[in-house]
Ligand binder design. Structure first.
Ligand SMILES: *Cc1c(COP(=O)(O)O)cnc(C)c1O
Length: 375
C-alpha cells in the first residue's frame, strides 16, 4: 500500500537530483578537503561551491557560512559558542518559551554556568511578546535567540522587528531558521540577523548536515576541538558529499520557490478548510496569516494525538503528534502549553506538514481517514 507522507517538518526525502550530485563524492572524489593534492582540491572546490550556494540563498558572504553536522549542532554552536566567547561583555540571554530543544537546552546548560536567561512568553497565536522582549533587555544582554518559524505550530516570528530591536540595543541576534529555510525567503542583511541555523534534511538534502551563518566580526568559541576545519571553528574532516547535497538542495528549492510555496500553501489551506467542514470539535493552532506554507496544526477533542497518529499509521499515513523530537516525551508539548491551549484540546493535537510530492487526493484521503477515526 502506498505511504502518504505528511511529516515534512520532521524530515524530507532526499531528492533524486541531490543524490546524483552527491554520488561522486562518496566514490571517485573521495579526497579530504584539507589536503593539497588535486583529489583534495576537488573536494574543497565542491564544498566551497556549496558554501556559495548557501550564502546566496540567505544573502551573506560565503566566508560567513560554517558547515555543521545538523541544525541542533548549529544552534549549540551559535548560542554556547557565542556566549563563551563574549562572556566579558555580559551574561544575559533572551530567548522564547517555544524554541526547539536544541536552543532551550543550550540555554539551560548556560544557566548552570552562571548565565541568566529570559524565556519570553508568546501570544495565543505563538508570536513572541515584543514588549516583553524590549522590557527584558539589560546592559548585560549579549544575545537574543528567537526562532524564525516554529516547528510545531508553524508560526512565523516578527524577525524583522526583532532584528531592529537587537540592532538598536547593540545585541547579537541569532535565529533558528531550520523550519524557515526553503519555505520562506530570507535575507540576513535586510533582517539584521547576525547568526542563523539551518539543516539540510528539512529541505530535501540528507540528514546529518547543517550550516551556521555567523556575520563577519562576530566571535564564537569552537565547541569541537581538533583540526582547523571550517576556518578553525569546527574540527573534523568535512562531510563533503552531504555538504555538496545541501548546496544542491538549497539551490533547487529557491530556484522553484514561488511554485513550491504556492503548492504547499494551497494544500495546507485545502486541508484546514476540509477539516473544518467535516469534523466538529477542532481547533487550529498557530497564526492564520504568519504561518509556514506547509504547516497545519489542529487539535481534536476527545482523542489523543498519539492515538490518532497510530490509527493513521495503520492507514499508511505519516503525521506527527506535536514534534518529532518529543516522541519519547509524553504529555503536552512545551509549545502548546506556552500558547495556553485549552485543556480539552491539549492532548489531541496533530501536526500535518506538506511537501513536494503531496497531492490534493492525498489530502482527501487524509481527511476522510481522520474523520473515520475521530467519529
Ligand atoms: C529539525 C529542527 C532542528 C534540529 O535540526 P536537526 O538537523 O534535526 O538537528 C532545530 N530546530 C528546528 C526549528 C527544527 O525544526
Amino acid at each position: 500500500m502506498k505511504i502518504r507522507y505528511f511529516d515534512h517538518a520532521a524530515t524530507t526525502p532526499v531528492r533524486e537530483e541531490v543524490i546524483k550530485e552527491m554520488i561522486p563524492y562518496f566514490g571517485v572524489q573521495y579526497g579530504n578537503a584539507s589536503v593539497m593534492y588535486s583529489l583534495g582540491r576537488n573536494a574543497r572546490k565542491a564544498m566551497n561551491n556549496a558554501r556559495d550556494k548557501v550564502a546566496n540563498a540567505i544573502n551573506c558572504d560565503m566566508n560567513e557560512i560554517y558547515f555543521t553536522s545538523c541544525g541542533s549542532e548549529s544552534d549549540n554552536l551559535a548560542i554556547k559558542g557565542f556566549a563563551y566567547a563574549n562572556r566579558n561583555k555580559g551574561n544575559h540571554i533572551i530567548t522564547s518559551k517555544i524554541e526547539h530543544h536544541a536552543v532551550l537546552d543550550s540555554c539551560k546548560s548556560l544557566e548552570k554556568e552562571g548565565f541568566k536567561v529570559t524565556y519570553l512568553n508568546v501570544e495565543e497565536n505563538g508570536v513572541v511578546d515584543l514588549q516583553e522582549l524590549v522590557n527584558s533587555i539589560t546592559p548585560e544582554t549579549i544575545l537574543i535567540s528567537i526562532m524564525f518559524a516554529n516547528n510545531e505550530i508553524g508560526t512565523i516570528e516578527p524577525i524583522e522587528r526583532i532584528g531592529e530591536i537587537a540592532k538598536k540595543h547593540n545585541i547579537v541576534f541569532h535565529t533558528d531558521a531550520v523550519q524557515a529555510v526553503g519555505n520562506l525567503r530570507i535575507d540576513v542583511k535586510a533582517l539584521n540577523i547576525d547568526m542563523l541555523s539551518l539543516s539540510g534534511h528539512k529541505f530535501y538534502a540528507p540528514k546529518g548536515v547543517g550550516a551556521l551563518y555567523v556575520k563577519e566580526g562576530i566571535d564564537f568559541k569552537k565547541l569541537q576541538d581538533g583540526g582547523e576545519q571550517e576556518n578553525n571553528k569546527r574540527a573534523g574532516t568535512e562531510n563533503v558529499a552531504e555538504i555538496v547535497g545541501l548546496g544542491k538542495a538549497i539551490e533547487l528549492i529557491y530556484n522553484e520557490f514561488d511554485s513550491y510555496n504556492k503548492k504547499l500553501t494551497e494544500l495546507r489551506d485545502y486541508y484546514i478548510s476540509k477539516v473544518k467542514e467535516n469534523i466538529t470539535g477542532i481547533k487550529v493552532n498557530g497564526d492564520m496569516s504568519n504561518r509556514l506554507p506547509g504547516n497545519a496544526n489542529i487539535s481534536f477533542k476527545g482523542i489523543t494525538g498519539s492515538e490518532l497518529l497510530l490509527k493513521l499509521d495503520e492507514a499508511h499515513i505519516c503525521t506527527s503528534a506535536g514534534s518529532a523530537c518529543s516522541t519519547s516525551n509524553p504529555g503536552p508539548s512545551h509549545v502548546l502549553t506556552a500558547i495556553g491551549l485549552d485543556k480539552e484540546y491539549l492532548n489531541g493535537t496533530l501536526r500535518v506538514s506538506f511537501g513536494r510530492d503531496n497531492t490534493k487526493e492525498d489530502v482527501d484521503y487524509l481527511v476522510d481517514t481522520i474523520k473515520k477515526i475521530v467519529t
